[in-house]
Design a binder for this molecule. Structure first.
Ligand SMILES: Cc1ncc(COP(=O)(O)O)c(C=O)c1O
Length: 408
């Protein structure tokens, strides 16, 4: 396995500001809210970051994750493009969040952190709970009520790994309508008065997205074995972790004048973070606690469609930067379109995908139909933990949306 992560902050201004004073953050001021090793990483502009030995050892239990060609899916779409699936669902936590979870839990242990509190719509919480257990750090997950209803197995899975789970009820005043901000606020309220406790957000910040770069580095090596290089890379975009993880090696390559790759971000109609987001200074909470970063943000979610982790109203700053440079194409889908694509994928490849991943699958269908003879790669960050949700949804979708398959 490659011994280094990539850091895209080397290629753009990664401004970070104190939410109260507005001053640019230093290592010392950032240490008020982040464990020292994560604060250092957040400010780093080095192109690469060494993977600590114990994190590499955790990765070696499931990495490299499989990369396979989805021939049946290609046939069903009727495309002459080659579609490659990078299966991050093959991690012990069933999704890509494991890559960041092991790294963060390890660094927190090294820094003497007693407790990590986080927000989650389910998947990230499972990953952090498992990694916290492995590295001996207590984890408290704040799960929004809607995700708890939509994904009833998640609380149990987090608890089985020893995490405490707090269900956060919706904001009756409707001031905050997105579950991620709501649960981030609750987790921040929890850590504020507890010594040795830190709040960690499950995407967006560099300390989270940097470890995801292993995905694209592996894809590059795996494709190279058959003499291929991706033309199109697809990810879905919540906070930007899986999109950046899948594409970081290729963005870095383009910045170093290597071959051009089209990066496609699939987003949900109810959270058009790239297509309607405005560049500005944003944080992930309303408590004026976590750092402000220069990136895209949107006011709130557009409607009540359940989109899980795709409902982030702030995106990682490299996504905003590369999008503003014209290097990211955005494909936007309704939940019906995403579900329809997930159904086609399930029928042809026999694999369940996470709700979030279904948007990326819809983008693959669109790209495969619009392009000829291209090599397309998508990261399916999904696994068995989605079975309960998807068995239900796919059955419903089969009956409800049968006639709408052609829309994607
Ligand atoms: C399976 C899966 N995919 C994608 C996402 C979106 O987040 P990100 O953009 O940070 O990868 C999530 C977030 O919870 C997720 O669980």
């Amino acid at each position: 396995m490659n011994g280094q992560f990539l850091n895209l902050s080397a290629y753009h201004e990664a401004d970070i500001f104190d939410p109260v004073s507005g001053a640019e953050m230093t290592y010392e001021s950032l240490c008020r809210v982040l464990p020292p090793s994560l604060a250092r990483l957040e400010l780093s502009t080095d192109k690469s970051v060494n993977i600590p030995g114990e994190v590499a050892a955790a990765f070696s239990r499931y990495r490299p994750t499989p990369l396979f060609r989805a021939r049946n899916f290609e046939r069903a779409i009727g495309t002459d493009c080659e579609i490659y699936i990078k299966d991050e669902g093959a991690s012990p936590t069933g999704n890509h969040k494991a890559n960041s979870a092991y790294f963060i839990a390890y660094q927190c242990k090294q820094d003497g952190v007693n407790l990590i509190a986080t927000e989650t719509t389910g998947n990230w919480g499972i990953a952090l709970a498992m990694a916290g257990k492995d590295f001996g750090v207590r984890v408290v997950c704040f799960l929004d009520h809607e995700s708890h209803i939509e994904r009833p197995n998640r609380k149990l899975l987090m608890e089985e790994s020893g995490a405490e789970v707090v269900i956060v009820e919706p904001d009756e005043s409707q001031k905050v309508n997105d579950p991620l901000t709501l649960t981030a606020d609750a987790a921040i309220d929890y850590v504020r008065d507890r010594d040795g406790s830190y709040y960690i957000f499950g995407s967006v910040y560099s300390y989270f997205t940097i470890p995801q770069s292993v995905i694209g580095l592996e894809i590059r090596d795996q494709l190279q074995q058959s003499g291929r290089y991706p033309d199109i890379i697809v990810g879905n975009c919540g906070g930007g972790a899986n999109l950046l993880g899948t594409s970081a090696a290729f963005f870095a390559g383009m910045m170093e004048s290597e071959r051009k790759v089209k990066v496609v971000s699939a987003e949900a109609e109810s959270c058009p973070i790239l297509s309607e987001g405005k560049m500005g200074l944003y944080s992930v909470d309303t408590r004026k606690f976590y750092p402000l970063i220069r990136t895209y943000g949107i006011e709130g979610l557009k409607d009540g469609t359940y989109i899980g982790g795709l409902g982030a109203t702030v995106v990682a700053s490299p996504v905003a930067f590369f999008h503003s440079q014209g290097l990211v194409e955005v494909n936007r889908f309704s939940s019906t379109e995403a579900m329809s694509a997930a159904e086609m994928f399930y029928d042809t490849e026999g694999k369940l995908v996470a709700l979030e991943t279904s948007y990326a699958i819809a983008a693959v269908v669109k790209q495969a139909r619009e392009n000829q003879r291209k090599t397309i790669v998508v990261n399916i960050s999904s696994g068995e933990t989605d079975r309960q949700f998807y068995t239900h949804t796919l059955n419903e979708c089969r009956m409800q949306f049968k006639d709408e398959r052609a829309v994607i």
